[in-house]
Design a protein around this ligand. Structure first.
Ligand code: NCD
Ligand code: ZN
Length: 345
């Protein structure tokens, strides 16, 4: 197949940042996706409905003229989140989920949840109102090896949580391991997962290819090849509770090329094209549409998009750098050939 058309896709896990950085990146997502679920981990986290509505207005204001891109907002869960804030969500249709970061797990997660017991009342309210919980599934204990953090989170936190809140809708975000694939696959219909491009394309060797490679560093960190294969297997299987969440997470070049480099990979420049390449290599291009455009909307209970996009099999070179606020960033696969291209109308 040299060309494929599909329903306009959605990105169910996206970091857009704020201010000048937001203005640099939002057009990339809007070009490919009809909607995106926007993460709330700004420097001042988006913990309230009012903050989420204000952030949404800033996103819409930063869009290229004429764009109909929809920002679907999330609240950042903290020990202090009030159940009343959750009750307000029923009247705010653009705020679609609540994000659970274990405190300290990732970028700007220091104000997040210290222990899950602290948010039981909020989770109860979310179950009642059918608000999905988006989970960064990694424990943060210093004693747990970084490559085991997702597996241990599933055992120690997620499985017990699901036993306690059987009705709670949960998305295990950016899954990276065979254990996560198996857990979601065997789980109830209230459980789903997003998968990023980087965890499909690379294993952890990419971090150490002839030297240390900060632009391949994200959280959860890249894993062994056996885990990448498990992700590819579930993609091939066409399972309906796995869907697209790029986790595109831009950082200025200098913040990554540093003695303590930030976690995050900027894939929004060509996310849908990277996913198309992955499905093509699997010989499963016909499954791209369900993963990118149907499964997520179905799980969230949203209408599927109506428009279409077309991708063509054409080689082009990813830029080596992109502008980012008053500086620059290095995108996913910078300077390399991408085999699929989104056609503009
Ligand atoms: C994300 C970021 O920079 O905001 N980084 C990342 O490596 N994925 C946060 C996150 O989703 O963990
Ligand atoms: Zn993320």
């Amino acid at each position: 197949m040299d060309s494929i058309s599909l329903t306009r896709p959605d990105d169910f896990h996206l970091h857009l940042r704020d201010g000048a950085a937001l203005a640099s990146v939002v057009g990339d997502s809007a070009r490919q996706f009809a909607r995106a679920v926007v993460m709330p981990n700004l420097k001042v986290p988006v913990t309230t409905v009012d903050q989420a509505e204000a952030y949404r207005r800033r996103i819409l204001a930063a869009l290229p003229a004429g764009s109909d891109f929809q920002a679907l907002m999330t609240l950042y869960l903290s020990d202090n989140t009030a159940t009343g804030e959750i009750s307000r969500l029923v009247e705010h249709e653009h705020i679609v989920a609540v994000k659970y970061y274990p405190a300290g797990a990732t970028t700007n997660a220091e104000h997040a949840v210290s222990t899950v017991e602290k948010v039981y009342a909020v989770l109860e309210k979310m179950s009642e109102l059918s608000v999905p919980l988006l989970v960064h599934g990694e424990v943060t204990d210093a004693g747990i090896d970084i490559f085991d953090r997702e597996r241990v989170f599933i055992e120690r936190v997620l499985a017990p949580l699901m036993q306690r809140f059987t009705q709670l809708r949960i998305v295990l975000e950016h899954i990276t391991t065979k254990e996560a694939v198996d857990f979601v696959r065997q789980g109830p219909d209230t459980l789903a997962a997003t998968i990023t491009p980087q965890h499909l394309v690379y294993n952890r060797n990419a971090l150490f290819q002839s030297g240390i490679r900060p632009h391949y560093y994200c959280l959860p960190v890249l894993k062994r090849e056996v885990h990448r294969q498990a992700l590819l297997d579930v993609l091939s299987s066409g399972h309906a509770r796995f869907f697209l969440g790029s986790d595109s997470a831009p950082h200025a070049r200098g913040d990554k090329e540093s003695a303590c480099g930030c976690a995050g990979i900027y894939s929004a420049h060509n996310a849908i094209e990277i996913y198309a390449g992955v499905f093509d290599e699997l010989g499963k291009l016909d499954q791209l549409e369900a993963f990118a455009s149907h499964n997520g909307a179905d799980f969230y209970g949203m209408a599927r998009n109506t428009g279409q996009i077309t991708l063509q099999k054409t080689d082009w070179t990813v830029p080596t750098t992109l502008p980012f606020a008053d500086t620059e960033m290095i995108p996913f696969n910078a300077g390399e050939i991408c085999h699929w291209k989104l056609m503009t109308l």
